[in-house]
Design a protein around this ligand. Structure first.
Ligand code: PEP
Ligand code: MG
Length: 325
């Protein structure tokens, strides 16, 4: 079975009616890139850069980051690599950085909020990402955006970093693609406003589900409430995809939800352009997508949105998938 799945490595994730999705890998370290390639990843859709900052006394220098980013780019070429800026806080604890002792860390000073507070650190990272963009297809992505002001503040700093590099005559790609993660309920609700500000969205369902359903993603006592097919989540995903399509920007998903083949039909129908996941999930999802039609995904949406519980949606999808496979 494994060998059969690996046969999909060389094939694109194209549906029977010619709709092509990009299947990309999620990685935390450059070492994981060869595995992603071996599983058929067409790029890295989520590079969790915070792992560069962990288990060390001081944050990585601009040069060190540049080397790490170039290493990943070189391994992944000619495919694109989406570098997510530092996402500390919440469940990602970097002892040297998380100075504040917060009562409610998931809603505290995490991710882009931390970066916008520690601007010196943020600027170093932006400069390193920009410099890497001279060496391959880099996209920069900001995590945990909850409003338009935050993305604008990020873009101001990015422009400052660009101006510095110009003045220093250091090369970079001035047209670097800028995106955000959609992983807060507010970002989903104002997806139309956010879409005007960026080149792409990537939905972080791990956090989006946690925040939309008010269910701690790491708490076993409420794990039974953590439902990707909850009608509220499906509605949020539809709002995000519709807003992205209307604005003409790419919409991806890089949360765990992207890797479950039971959801592929729905994600196809909603119109995701990119699904990014841990490497081992790629061949399975690709195999499923290649045997579906986008039109089938669109056709089931009405049905899907008529159900009142995640259980009903799951049962319906299980029947639909069993009919096909
Ligand atoms: C997410 O929230 O879905 C996501 C991909 O980011 P992380 O799991 O790193 O928080
Ligand atoms: Mg997240």
């Amino acid at each position: 079975h494994e060998r059969e799945l690996l046969a999909y490595r060389e094939l694109s994730a194209e549906t029977l009616d010619g709709f092509r999705l990009a299947l990309r890998g999620n990685v935390e370290l450059a070492d994981e890139v060869p595995l992603a390639i071996s599983q058929g990843a067409e790029g890295i859709g989520l590079y969790r850069s915070e792992f560069l900052y962990m288990n060390r006394p001081l944050p990585p220098s601009e040069e060190e980051q540049l080397q790490a980013y170039r290493d990943i780019l070189a391994k992944m070429a000619p495919h694109p690599v989406t570098i997510r800026t530092l996402d500390v806080g919440g469940d990602k604890f970097v002892p040297e950085i998380n100075l504040a002792d917060e009562a409610n860390p998931a809603m505290g000073l995490r991710a882009v909020r931390f970066s916008l507070k520690e601007r010196r650190l943020f600027k170093i990272q932006l400069r390193a990402i920009l410099r890497a963009s001279a060496h391959g297809r880099v996209r920069v992505m900001f995590p945990m955006i909850s409003g338009v002001a935050e993305i604008r503040a990020c873009k101001v700093l990015l422009e400052e970093a660009k101006a510095e590099l110009v003045a220093e005559e250091i090369p970079f790609n001035a047209a670097i693609s800028v995106g955000i993660m959609i992983e807060t309920p507010s970002a989903a609700l104002i997806a139309g406003l956010l879409a005007r500000e960026v080149d792409f969205f990537s939905v972080g369902t791990n956090d989006l589900i946690q925040y939309c359903l008010a269910v701690d993603r790491g708490n076993e006592h409420v794990a039974y409430l953590y439902e990707p097919l909850h009608p509220a989540i499906l509605r949020a995903l539809k709002m995000i995809c519709d807003a992205g399509r209307e604005a003409g920007i790419e919409v991806g998903m890089c949360g765990e939800m992207a890797a479950d083949p039971l959801y592929s039909l729905v994600l196809l129908g909603l119109g995701f352009d990119e699904l990014s996941m841990n490497a081992p999930g790629i061949p399975r999802v690709k195999r499923i997508l290649r045997q579906l039609r986008r039109s089938e995904g669109v056709a089931i949406l009405d049905e899907i949105f008529g159900f009142a519980t995640a259980r009903e949606v799951a049962e319906y999808l299980e029947i639909e998938m069993a009919r096909r496979f």
